[in-house]
Design a protein around this ligand. Structure first.
Ligand SMILES: Nc1nc2c(c(=O)[nH]1)N=C([C@H](O)[C@@H](O)CO)CN2
Length: 118
């Protein structure tokens, strides 16, 4: 299946389990791979026929920046559900990296999920 993807979308949010984490904003990196048949958009050279990655970035940014979950798992599930629904995406893979969470983990730590529209 074709995909529209977003890599390394940087968003600051209140996220974390510990008391000190509730007082600050921390950076998150969000990666998305979204199934989308791009042939109609390519044939018509038409933005309206494809999944607008800029619109998805804006929605992800706005939702995440306003959120205040403890676990990145919670953010991942909510984000996946709203994107599947609002953009009529059949299936997506979503990864959230919390770069500063574990100093020794140079590549960051996080979660990755794959979800489909029901
Ligand atoms: N699987 C997870 N493990 C941990 C999370 C999380 O969201 N998912 N969060 C924390 C703390 O908030 C941590 O980021 C503080 O450094 C610990 N483990």
């Amino acid at each position: 299946m074709d995909q529209v993807f977003i890599r390394g979308l940087l968003v600051d949010a209140v996220i974390g389990v510990y008391a000190w984490e509730r007082e600050i904003r921390q950076s998150l990196l969000i990666d998305l791979e979204m199934d989308w048949d791009i042939r109609a958009a390519a044939a018509g050279d038409d933005l309206a026929a494809t999944l607008d990655y800029a619109a998805v970035c804006q929605r992800v940014h706005d939702y995440t920046a306003a959120s205040s979950f403890q676990l990145i798992e919670s953010l991942a599930e909510r984000l996946a559900a709203l994107l599947l629904e609002e953009f009529s995406i059949p299936r997506l893979r979503l990864r959230i990296t919390k770069p500063g969470a574990v100093a020794e983990a140079q590549g960051g730590v996080g979660v990755s999920i794959e979800r489909s529209r029901r």
